[in-house]
Structures are given as C-alpha cells and as structure tokens.
Design a protein around this ligand. Structure first.
Ligand SMILES: *[C@@H]1O[C@H](CO)[C@@H](O)[C@H](O)[C@H]1NC(C)=O
Ligand SMILES: *[C@@H]1O[C@H](CO)[C@@H](O)[C@H](O)[C@H]1NC(C)=O
Ligand SMILES: *[C@@H]1O[C@H](CO)[C@@H](O)[C@H](O)[C@H]1NC(C)=O
Length: 642
C-alpha cells in the first residue's frame, strides 16, 4: 500500500522526470585533477560585450531551471525519507534485542515479511540512475579517450586512439569495450543519424547494471540487518554525489564498483559461489587492479564453502581470461593479455604512472569528504563501533566492509592518484555509514539493559534521521553544483548537430582538448577533429589509422613516456572550420576574440573554479551560487567565410 502511495505520488509529479538536460562537462571539480590532462591555460582572454548578454540570459533561465531541479531533487529525498520513517515505525526487533545466532532463523522469517522488498530499491535507484545517466558530466578525460573513443571506433570506424591502445603496449581490454557494444551496436542501428542518442543509450545501460547490483545489495542488507539499515543505505546509494556520478561513468573502476555491490549482496545472501564468480567478472572484465578490494570476500567465501566457491571462481576465471585473450588477439593482432599487461605495467614495471601527476597522502580523504561529506567520516568510524555492535556485524559485515580500509590505505600509498580509483569502494562507504548511524542508540545503551530508553538513547534515535538528512542535503547541493557548473562542454558540442557546414569540416580544439566529450558529439559532416598547440607538452591521442592497421596498429608516434609527439598538433589554424575555446576572465586573448575571423555560434557559462570561493562552488545554495561564483564562457566558433 505504501509502495503504491509512493508510485502515485511520483506519477502526480511528472516534473520529476523533467531532469534538466545538463550534459557532460569535464568538471574540473573541486577535488579533481586532470593528472594526465593538465594543460596550462595558455593564451586565453576576455571579450567584453558578448559574454555580458550571455550572462544575463543565463541568470534568468538558469535560475528557473535551478529552482526546478532543486525542487525535484529535494522532493525525492523527502519521499525516500518519508517512506523510511513510516516504514520503520513499528519497532524493529533487531534493534532492541541483541543479535544472536540462535534466533536467526526466526528473525529472517519475520524480516522477509516486513523487510524491504525488491520493488522500492529498484524504483528509487532506477529513478536516480536515470537522472544520473541524463545529467552526468564527464569527470575525467580518460573516460573519453580510453573508453568512449575506442567504442566509437568499433561502431563507426573513426575515433581517437591513445598510446595505451597501441598494440605495442596493449594495456586496455577490448573485452570490456565489446561488453558495451552489446548495447552500442543495436543503438547505432536504431539511431543511425544521431550518435548522441547512442551515447546516452550506453549510459542508460550502465545505469541499469548499477540499479541491479545495488538493489541486490540493499535487499541483502534488509534481510540480514533489518530494513532500517537497508533504507539508510538505499537513500545514500541513491543520492550521495559519489554514487550519483560514479554509477553512470564509462570506466572500468565503475564496473568494479557494480561488481563490489553485487558480490557483497550475494555474499550477505549466503551465496558465496555466486559472489566469487561476480568478483572474478569485476576483476577480469572490469579493472584488474581491483582484485585487492575483492580479496577479503573471496578468501572468506573459500573458507566457508571451499568446493563450490573454488569451482565457481576457477571456472569463471578460465572462461573470462580465455575470452579476454582471444578478443585481445583479434583486435591487437597479436597474442597478448591486456589484463596481465596492465598489472605488469602498474606493479612489476614499477609503473610510470607518476608521469601523469602525483598527489599527497591525504588526497583520497579530501576527495572522499567532497563526494560523501559526513557520510565518509561516519564510514571511517565503522571499525570504532564494532566493539559495541560486534554480535550484529562481525564477521559478515566486517568482511564486506574491510576493503574500505584496505583500499583506502593501499591507494593512498600510490603516488599517482585519481578520483576514479576510489570508485570501487563507493557502495561500501554508504553501507558502512548506514551501519554507524543505525548503531547510534547502541552507543549509549547499557550493556545489560538493552531495553534502556533513557533520554540520551531517545536523543540518539532522533539524531539518526537528522544526520541522514544532513548527508542527503549536502550531497544534493554538491551534485547540483557540479552538474550545473560544468555541463557546458557537452551542451556546446551538442549544438554542432543542429548546424550545417560543408562535408569535411575541421573542428579545432586547443587547451580544451581534455574536456572534449567524445566523437559521439561530432556529426558526420565534420571530417576531422584536430588539436591546436596551446602549450601542452604531454602526449595527445591520435585518430585510429586504418592504413596503419586500425586497432592492431603500433604507430611510431606513440610512446609510454608521456612525451608530446611532433605530429600531434595542427599548426595551420587557418584550416579550422570550427573552434572550441573556454573564455575566462583572465588577461589573455583567445583566438575566437578576433571577431573578423570567428563568429560565435554557441556559448554557455562554465564555473571558474579558480576564481570562485571553495564553499560556494562546492555546494549549491539557491541564489548565492549564481551570485558568489565566477563563470567563464564555453564557446563554439565558426569561421566567417572570406
Ligand atoms: C555530404 O556527405 C553526405 C554523405 O556522404 C552526402 O549525403 C551529402 O550530400 C554531402 N553534402 C554535401 C554538401 O556535399
Ligand atoms: C594514416 O597513416 C598513413 C601512413 O603513415 C598516412 O599517410 C595517413 O595520412 C594517415 N591517415 C590519417 C587519417 O591520419
Ligand atoms: C583577425 O583576423 C584577420 C583575418 O585573419 C587578421 O587579418 C587580423 O590581423 C586579425 N586581428 C587580430 C587582432 O589578430
């Protein structure tokens, strides 16, 4: 009945589904660095009047959208909270009694009845992942150049190749790309003219996998630890910015994240063999490095039920490795294993990843706080509540949560750090924080009187929804700020599709190359996308060259030292038909400011993270966000015919 209410409420609010079509901007968010992609913001400047008009338009329209968006997000958070409160009112037996193995069977029966079913998690996650798929920005240029571009090449025979895809190095798995082609290929037949839709079709697919994996996790939590903990986890999985953005990114670390959710869920549902099989898929098909995060669960499953678990793990490994090697052979044109190559590159070879930037040991803590705010702090406290909640959570939940610490510790020791490296443990952060919030009252209960209802225990109970609301509100404020601050690049490139120019036009991108949203946004009439020199001296991607062998080529211009190649830039800017530039309020001139050569055909505001105060750019606060932050203009120019 209550479920029905929620559905009806949502149907009564159709605007829920009108998510502002923000798109991807490579958000150099507060915490993000473009390690391999850093460019000096070279020759950039200011143009007066044009940006003024645009800004006015922006402030009126965007404010309206902002309000709508704000309302929608808020409404969902409230709905979830309301459902949670109503549903958890009948006092949950698991809370007032110590959890013992003896009464387990009876409990699970009870919970089957009143625990969370499949429907609510599926609906909630489905809604939020849909929003994520349509509004997510591209956070990392690796997502574009190492995954979207090769996928584009598989589908359309054009696209950029990075040195990692040179058959000389063969560091990336084609099996992973093929898995996305399952959706990309039919979508490309269906929307033959419109590659942007293919892009979003693949994103919906990613969102769907995430929904399925997280639903299993939430249901498992509900059956084992009660619906209160499960509902907290559900709310956080839906709304924390980390999960919101990671869930629809086309990255192997996101894939490993889905696998962690699913494997943890299956493990808690007492399916160790299935959990191990999923872990293997996460490692071999997704990100080989994430093997470390799956280790505790795998070892414990083997310990608990060795034979079925071992067989499931071994069979899945052999099949997937064989598939992966055959696929790599087919595409790279030689016998090699990208899985092994990547491990060797990072571990045995000492890794030269430091070439792409290094960060201090606290980087991930800061990042975790940015993406999960208080939720992250609570998650880290999980070990702290164990002495009190040991009966309830050890060993199973402890095993499931242990990668949180192992992964954070291990990754913090690596010199090269990227926000996406933390993705695999994102769901665990939500679950650990839920367990901590749920245990608040237990912290104050006397050991011998579990029915203690003193004022302080009651206060701790009240604190739970308060903290949860705080987390959800802060998360929403950040999500909203990122989406609206940094979605300009995707939106600007989308305009190309509605434009006409002669076949074989050249689209030129300078220092903004690392925010290029992928060839899916470049219509057919544009013959080439070329980089122009704005001072970046690292190695840039080159188009796949079929003459040299396509995916099997090992072009001479690639190296693994991140050294610029002589041919990577187009030197004759006069050959450009279109030009993309970011215009910031700095005393540099941009090329597009020569209005006798370039005519602006699109311009959208882009948050200037250097000039905006950290607090206001990180969290969206209505009105103040637009007022206190500084915006540049993301612009697309077309050459004026002579
Ligand atoms: C551009 O190429 C497409 C496909 O090859 C063709 O249908 C179209 O007529 C061409 N347009 C011009 C202006 O040449
Ligand atoms: C591909 O490589 C060949 C041989 O080096 C070269 O002549 C050709 O211009 C390249 N094609 C593209 C599209 O770069
Ligand atoms: C603007 O472009 C025109 C045509 O290319 C050129 O003649 C002129 O010198 C440029 N002006 C500036 C200020 O660079």
């Amino acid at each position: 009945m209550r479920k029905l209410c929620l559905v009806l409420t949502i149907l009564n609010y159709p605007e829920l589904f009108v998510w502002p079509q923000a798109s991807d901007a490579p958000q150099a968010s507060d915490s993000l660095t473009y390690a391999p992609c850093d460019t000096s913001i070279g020759t950039h400047g200011v143009v007066g009047s044009y940006s003024c008009t645009q800004k006015t338009v922006f402030s009126v329209r965007e404010k309206e959208e902002a309000k709508a968006f704000h309302f929608n997000f808020h409404f969902i958070a409230m709905s979830l909270a309301a459902v949670r409160q109503r549903r958890s009112q009948p006092s949950d037996p698991s809370l007032s009694e110590p959890y013992t193995k003896v009464d387990k069977p009876k409990k699970s029966e009870e919970k089957e009845e009143q625990g969370l079913g499949w429907f609510l998690p599926f609906l909630g996650l489905g809604l939020l992942r849909y929003m994520s798929a349509t509004s997510n920005i591209i956070h990392d240029c690796d997502e574009v150049f190492n995954y979207w571009e090769p996928l584009h090449f598989l589908l359309y025979k054009t696209g950029f190749q990075t040195w990692e895809y040179s058959s000389q190095f063969a560091l990336r798995s084609y099996l992973y790309l093929l898995f996305h082609e399952i959706v990309g290929r039919p979508a490309s037949w269906l929307f033959s003219e419109d590659k942007v839709r293919v892009f979003y079709a693949v994103r919906f697919f990613l969102g769907l996998i995430s929904v399925l994996a997280d639903t299993v996790l939430v249901v498992a939590l509900s059956r084992k630890y009660g619906k209160r903990l499960a509902t907290y986890a559900l709310a956080m999985l839906c709304l924390t910015s980390g999960c919101f953005f990671a869930s629809t990114s086309f990255l192997p670390s996101s894939f490993s994240m889905y696998a962690i959710s699913l494997a943890s869920g299956l493990f808690l549902l007492d399916r160790p063999a299935a959990a191990i099989a999923v872990a293997v898929i996460g490692v071999i098909l997704g990100w080989p490095f994430s093997i470390l995060a799956f280790l505790p669960l795998t070892l414990y499953s083997l310990y608990r039920r060795f034979k079925p678990a071992f067989i499931a793990g071994a069979v899945t490994s052999v099949i997937l490795l064989a598939l992966s090697i055959v696929t790599d052979f087919y595409y790279y044109g030689r016998w090699t294993s990208s899985v092994v190559n990547l491990l060797i590159y990072n571990v045995a070879g000492g890794g030269e990843s430091h070439l792409y930037g290094t960060e201090g040991p606290l980087y991930y803590l800061k990042n975790g706080f940015n993406n999960f705010n208080v939720c992250f702090v609570l998650a880290l406290l999980f070990l702290g509540i164990l002495p009190i909640a040991k009966k309830k959570y050890a060993p199973d939940l402890l095993i499931v949560m242990s990668p949180l610490y192992i992964w954070l510790g291990f990754m913090s020791l690596q010199p090269h750090k990227e926000e996406r490296f933390l993705y695999p443990i994102y769901p665990l952060i939500c679950v650990a924080a839920s367990a901590v919030i749920e245990s608040f009252p237990d912290l104050f209960r006397s050991k011998y009187n579990t029915y203690d209802n003193s004022i302080i225990v009651t206060a701790a109970k009240i604190l739970r929804p308060v903290i949860l609301s705080l987390i959800l509100y802060a998360s929403h404020a950040r999500t909203f700020s990122l989406i609206h601050g940094y979605s300009a690049p995707i939106e600007v490139y989308k305009i190309l599709e509605h434009h006409d120019a002669e076949n074989g036009s050249v689209l030129c991108v300078g220092s903004e190359w690392h925010r290029f949203p992928s060839s899916f946004f470049v219509p057919d009439y544009v013959g080439q996308v070329r980089w122009i020199d704005d001072g970046f001296r690292g190695l840039l991607p080159f188009p796949f060259n079929s003459t040299l062998g396509g995916t099997a080529s090992a072009p001479p211009y690639f190296n693994n030292k991140n050294m610029a190649s002589a041919e990577q830039y187009l030197h004759d800017v006069d050959a450009c038909t279109f030009l993309v530039e970011l215009e910031l309020k700095r005393p540099y001139l941009i090329r597009g400011s020569n209005l006798s050569t370039w005519e602006p055909i699109a311009a959208l505001p882009y948050l200037d993270r250097e000039l905006s105060p950290a607090f206001y750019r990180s969290f969206f606060i209505p009105y103040l966000w637009q007022e206190k932050n500084v915006f540049g203009m993301y612009k697309l120019f077309k050459r004026i015919p002579k």
